[in-house]
Design a protein around this ligand. Structure first.
Ligand SMILES: Nc1ncnc2c1ncn2[C@@H]1O[C@H](COP(=O)(O)OP(=O)(O)OP(=O)(O)O)[C@@H](O)[C@H]1O
Length: 307
């Protein structure tokens, strides 16, 4: 057995004369949540389609759980669950009927108790016997994930999983994916345009552009847990001195520049900091939270303006 859940080695893809992916390599470990980022047309979907066997590679190889898509296609693909486009669901059936229907078509059909376990895992116990047409988008997404989990994959691949979800739905999906990775040791690959979303959930990210890797980097958990850089703008130099000494007295490392104080803190601390300064009659004009670090890196590397 390979130590990696996924091993992409020197993969290239040409379509006609066009080179779409060039010498792409990366690995994902069991239990790891891996983010796949890049501007439109970078080649994310093409890579994912190669990983799930929908299109062939021009050169290189992809191993899933140590098994090569080239030489043991069936063995490799049996370990992948994916939602690449919108999950195919029968809207006139209940959630459970959908799962049973897909289970029947699966090569490694799960038994009833396994299906129950998956329903619990995606937290759909309450609504599993309702018709899918009455489901919210988030519920449909979770049913799609349940469907992708039916054959017990060790790797789950999600293309733009939070598309169209509201913030509560995004949060729920995030908590749930974390649990899957932690409890089941599943490797999860998420492709997304939403940097903040990726930053919150992923252990590591790869950024690709024009079919090549431009960066791969771990995301520190402190960042994901809400560490931010904050700029506090005050009225004048006198206020600046006063605010900086108050903050230092409270144990914050901060530096000052003209009428702005900059400090690193946890997002949750910001209201308390503002309250403290206002309580001490500091003339506070504005509070800015800096763009997160992943976004800064992404913009620097891809030169792409994000909306
Ligand atoms: N069948 C095809 N024939 C020709 N070119 C293609 C084909 N499929 C994809 N491409 C091109 O390959 C490049 C990568 O496309 P891909 O869909 O993988 O990008 P992406 O990173 O997923 O972008 P998006 O986020 O917009 O989906 C694009 O320039 C696209 O036009």
């Amino acid at each position: 057995m390979s130590e990696y859940a996924v091993e992409v080695s020197h993969v290239s893809k040409r379509i006609g004369t066009k080179s779409i992916i060039q010498d792409l390599s990366f690995t994902v470990s069991p239990g790891e949540i891996y983010g796949f980022l890049g501007p439109n047309g970078a080649g994310k979907t093409t890579t994912i389609r190669m990983m799930v066997g929908l299109i062939s590679m021009s050169s290189g190889d992809i191993r899933i759980g140590g098994r090569s898509i080239r030489s043991d296609r069936k063995g490799a693909l049996s370990q992948v669950g994916a939602i690449v486009e919108n999950p195919e669901l029968y809207r006139y059936m209940t959630g459970r009927q959908n799962l049973l229907q897909f289970a029947r078509m699966s090569m490694q059909a799960p038994d009833k108790s396994e299906i129950e376990r998956i329903i619990q895992l995606v937290d759909l116990q309450e609504s599993i016997d309702r018709r899918v047409r009455n489901y919210s988008l988030g519920m449909r997404q979770r049913l799609g994930i349940a469907q992708a989990l039916l054959h017990r994959p060790s790797v789950l691949i999600l293309d733009e999983p939070t598309n169209g979800l509201d913030p509560a739905g995004i949060r729920q999906l995030r908590d749930y994916l974390r649990e899957l990775a932690r409890q089941e040791g599943m490797a999860i690959i998420i492709s997304s345009h939403l940097l903040a979303e990726i930053e919150l959930i992923c252990d590591r990210v790869i950024i690709i552009q024009q079919g090549r890797v431009v960066a791969e980097q771990p995301l520190k958990q402190e960042d994901a847990d809400g560490q931010v850089t904050v700029d506090l703008e005050v009225e004048d130099a006198a206020e600046l001195e006063k605010a900086a000494s108050l903050l230092r007295g409270r144990g914050h490392m901060c530096h000052t520049d003209r009428a702005t104080i900059t400090l690193d803190t946890n997002r949750n601390e910001i209201p308390r900091i503002v309250e403290y300064l206002v309580h001490h009659q500091v003339g506070l004009l504005q509070v800015f939270m800096r763009k997160n670090r992943l976004e800064e890196l992404y913009l620097k590397l891809t030169g792409e303006a994000q909306s």
